[in-house]
Design a protein. Structure first.
Length: 479
C-alpha cells in the first residue's frame, strides 16, 4: 500500500486521467462530498469527468494546494489542473492552457452602510480592500494601490475576507462573483455591488509538452458547449446566468479569439520588478521579528523570575502557561488570537502577529532564563546573603549578569527561529517575505528564482545577528 502510494505518477495506468485540484477551495469548484468525504464534487469535477469519458479514461483526483497546481502539472504529478484557475498572460507563456470554459466577474462586496459610497476601486482610495493572494483581483488591487492609494489585504482563503468585512477590519472585498455569491449565502450581512470591476476566465492547465492532451480536451469542451452539457453543469451548480450564456455563444462563434483567451491583467514577471515588493516584505519580517522578540524577552524574564522566586500558586500558574503554549501549534495560537477573539477585540493584523509570536516565544525564552538562573552556583548566592545583600541586589549584581552570559547563545538561536517562524503570520493577512515570495512564485510559475531570493534575504538578515551574538559571547565570556 505504502509503496503504491509513493509510486511515480508516470507509473499510473494509461486508462487513468490524474487531475489536480484543491478541495479546500470548496463548492462550486471542488469540494469534499458531504455524503462521502473521500470523494469530491463541483462543476470542475464534472468537467473533468466529461473529459475523462471523452478520452476513455477514469478520473483520479489528486489534492494539491491551489497555489501549487500549475507547478505540480509541470512536474508531472498529474495530467491537468482544474480548480477555478484563472486565465492570465504569464500562465499561457509557461503552460498549455485549455479554452476558457467559464467567464467570471470581479465584483466588490461592501457593508450595507457603504453601498452608496463604494462602487469602483477609485472610490476606495486609502481604504483596505481584501482579496485572495496571487489572483487577478490581487493584481487589480496592486494597480489600484499605485493609481489611487488603495490598500490591498491578501488572504489565503475566501472565508475570512468576508467575515473581516463584517467586523470592520477591511472596507471592501474584491473577488469573483461566484465566490462572492457563495460567501453571501454562508455569511449574510454584506452587499455585492452590481457593477463589474473586471472580467476573467477559468481554464484547465496542462504541461507545456502536453499540447496533444490539451487539444483533445478542447475538442471535448467544444462538444459540451454545442450539446448543452456545460450549460447543464453550470445550472446544477447555480452559476448559470445571461452573461455566461452570451459568453458560451461567443465561444462557439469565435473559437480562434475567445477560445485562446484574452486575459485582462498582466503581472510583472521579472526579478527586478519584484525586488521592491520583496524588500518591503523583508522589512515587515524584520520589524515583526524584532518587536515580537522584545516582547518575548520581557515576558520571558518575568515568567522565569516568577517561577524561580514566586510562591507555589504563581509557579503553578506560570508553569501551566509555558506548557500550554509550548504544547500547541503557533499557527493555532495566531488563528485564535486574530479570528477567535475578534468578537471581543479586533486586533490589527500586524499587532496580532507581534503579540502572537511574542507570547509563543516568551514561553521558550522563560525556560532559557530559568535554566540560566538555576545554573548559578548556590555558593555565590549564599555568599551574597552573608554579605548582607538583599535578594534583589543578589539578582541584579550576581545572578542576572552571569545568567545573561549563559542565555545569550540560545537567545540568539531563538531569534533566528522566530525570524523564520514569522512566515506563519501570512495566515492572518500580513504580507511578509515568505508570503510575498509565494505570490511571486505563483505569478511566474516557478519557485526556483523566488526561493533563492527569499533564502538570500533571510540569510542576509540572520547571519549578522549570529555574528553579533558570537562577538558578544566572546566579549562577555568568563576568563
Amino acid at each position: 500500500m505504502l509503496l503504491a502510494a509513493c509510486a511515480s505518477p508516470s507509473s499510473a495506468p494509461s486508462t487513468v486521467l490524474r487531475w489536480g485540484g484543491d478541495a479546500e477551495g470548496g463548492a462550486p469548484f471542488v469540494e469534499a462530498d458531504p455524503a462521502d468525504p473521500a470523494r469530491v464534487r463541483g462543476f470542475d469535477v464534472e468537467i473533468v469527468e466529461q473529459l475523462a469519458r471523452g478520452l476513455g479514461r477514469t478520473p483520479q483526483f489528486v489534492q494539491v494546494a491551489w497555489a501549487n497546481i500549475e507547478q505540480s502539472v509541470e512536474r508531472g504529478d498529474f495530467a491537468l489542473g482544474l480548480s477555478g484557475l484563472e486565465d492570465r498572460p504569464e500562465l499561457r507563456e509557461r503552460y498549455a492552457v485549455s479554452l476558457p470554459y467559464f467567464e467570471f466577474r470581479e465584483v466588490l462586496a461592501v457593508r450595507p452602510a457603504d453601498t452608496t459610497r463604494y462602487h469602483t476601486l477609485g472610490d476606495l482610495a486609502g481604504k483596505r480592500v481584501a482579496t485572495l493572494g496571487a489572483t487577478q483581483a490581487y493584481r487589480l488591487l496592486l494597480d489600484a494601490q499605485r493609481a489611487d492609494g488603495v490598500v490591498p489585504v491578501s488572504y489565503d482563503d475566501d472565508v475570512h475576507p468576508y467575515t473581516d468585512l463584517l467586523e470592520g477590519r477591511v472596507d471592501a472585498v474584491l473577488l469573483d462573483h461566484v465566490i462572492a455569491e457563495r460567501a453571501l449565502k454562508r455569511t449574510p450581512g454584506f452587499v455585492i455591488q452590481p457593477g463589474t470591476i473586471a472580467v476573467g476566465h477559468y481554464v484547465a492547465v496542462f504541461a507545456k509538452r502536453n499540447t496533444a492532451l490539451r487539444d483533445s480536451a478542447d475538442a471535448i469542451l467544444r462538444a459540451g458547449l454545442r450539446d448543452g452539457t456545460l450549460a447543464a453543469m453550470f445550472r446544477r451548480w447555480g452559476v448559470w446566468d445571461a452573461q455566461q450564456a452570451a459568453y458560451q455563444q461567443r465561444l462557439l462563434s469565435d473559437s480562434a479569439g475567445v477560445a485562446r483567451g484574452r486575459p485582462v491583467v498582466a503581472g510583472a514577471t521579472t526579478v527586478f520588478s519584484y525586488l521592491p515588493a520583496l524588500t518591503r516584505a523583508a522589512g515587515i519580517t524584520l520589524g515583526i521579528s524584532f518587536a515580537a522578540m522584545l516582547l518575548a524577552v520581557l515576558l520571558g524574564v518575568g515568567i522565569a523570575a516568577g517561577r524561580v522566586y514566586g510562591n507555589a500558586a504563581t509557579r503553578m500558574l506560570l508553569s501551566g502557561y509555558v506548557e500550554v503554549v509550548r504544547g500547541t501549534p503557533v499557527l493555532l495560537q495566531l488563528f485564535v488570537l486574530y479570528y477567535g477573539l475578534s468578537a471581543f477585540i479586533a486586533l490589527p493584523a500586524l499587532l496580532a502577529a507581534i503579540i502572537g509570536l511574542g507570547l509563543n516565544y516568551a514561553a521558550y525564552e522563560s525556560e532559557i532564563y530559568r535554566s540560566a538562573l538555576l545554573a548559578i552556583p548556590r555558593a555565590q548566592l549564599e555568599a551574597g546573603r552573608t554579605l548582607g545583600l538583599s535578594e534583589w541586589q543578589i539578582f541584579r549584581l550576581i545572578r542576572a549578569p552571569q545568567a545573561l552570559r549563559l542565555a545569550l547563545a540560545p537567545m540568539t538561536n531563538d531569534f533566528v527561529a522566530l525570524l523564520k517562524d514569522s512566515s506563519l503570520v501570512s495566515v492572518i493577512t500580513v504580507v511578509e517575505l515568505t508570503k510575498q515570495t509565494a505570490i511571486y512564485a505563483t505569478n511566474i510559475g516557478s519557485w526556483f528564482v523566488p526561493g533563492l531570493l527569499c533564502a538570500a534575504m533571510y540569510l542576509a538578515m540572520s547571519l549578522p545577528l549570529s555574528r553579533m551574538a558570537r562577538a558578544l559571547e566572546a566579549r562577555w565570556s568568563v576568563r
